[in-house]
Ligand binder design. Structure first.
Ligand code: PXP
Length: 260
């Protein structure tokens, strides 16, 4: 059964919708809901990992949130971030258990494509080794690459020194929605196969296998059931469900589905 990383960014999105200052700043210490308070609820629901994305534009999680969450969490913390010098410096200060490098576009609503590891090999190799060198835990920091399910990108991630690959499940989720979940319809079967092939490559080169993006209560079982799946990182669907049933229960329900 894969571990569940609960992405609590959207708790901060809700706070920022009301409390963002006119210049877009503010450290997030005034106003609710406080993402730091989401940590305990997510843990009680069974979260194995708390995931946060500290974006360069600070549109949801603020630096203050990241520091508090790192301090409060009793489970592992996964910091998603852009592959920039500023973010690597912050990660070395924060010392999360895991960093996931993602591409970041300022205009995008959420992370869109996977990281092009092949196209930025030298730069990413350097960043991965600096992140690993700054790890808090004795076992070192897990450094994960959020990539499209593509064999060449998996190989490049291995060469760059990443310890894990998080396969981008966005296209799969779109195919699932278009086919109404029927694997015999449209491109859903092919999309599942693409994920399965990439998952196999990740395991074959000896890396940890993660997946995430646009997973929800309807589609998650196809991804959770891929052989060797270690971690799923899920945010929007869980926080959206929490509006109706509370975060603890929303996480608990997703945990059950991850094991199904
Ligand atoms: N994994 C990565 C790398 C992401 O960037 C995101 C979105 O922040 C997620 C997982 C979670 O995606 P969603 O909110 O669609 O579940």
């Amino acid at each position: 059964m894969p571990l569940l990383g609960v992405n609590i960014d959207h708790v901060a999105t809700l706070r920022q919708a009301r409390y963002r200052s006119k210049d877009g700043g503010g450290d997030g210490s005034h106003g609710e809901p406080d993402p730091a308070r989401a940590v305990g609820e997510a843990e009680l629901g069974g979260a194995d990992i708390i995931t946060i994305h500290l974006r360069e534009d600070r549109r949801h999680i603020q630096d203050r949130d990241a520091r508090l969450i790192r301090e409060l969490a009793r489970v592992r913390v996964n910091l998603e971030m852009a592959a920039t010098v500023e973010m690597v410096r912050l990660a070395r200060e924060l010392k999360p258990h895991m960093v996931t490098l993602v591409p970041e576009g300022r205009q995008e609503v959420t992370t869109e494509g996977g990281l092009d590891v092949r196209g930025q090999m030298a730069r990413l190799k350097d960043m991965v080794s600096r992140l690993k060198a700054g790890a808090a835990a004795e076992g070192g920091m897990t450094v994960s690459a959020f990539i499209d399910p593509d064999a060449a990108q998996v190989q490049a991630a291995k060469e760059a020194g990443f310890t894990a690959c998080e396969l981008h499940t966005g296209p799969f989720a779109e195919a699932f929605a278009a086919a109404g979940g029927d694997a015999a319809l449209g491109g859903l079967g092919a999309s599942i196969q693409t994920l399965a092939d990439a998952a196999h490559r990740v395991r074959a080169v000896g890396m940890r296998l993660h997946a995430g993006h646009a997973l929800n209560y309807a589609n998650v079982r196809h991804v959770a059931g891929l052989p060797g799946m270690s971690e799923l990182h899920i945010g929007h669907a869980i926080v959206a469900r929490a509006v109706f049933v509370g975060l603890r229960e929303a996480v608990r329900e997703m945990k059950v589905l991850c094991g199904a």
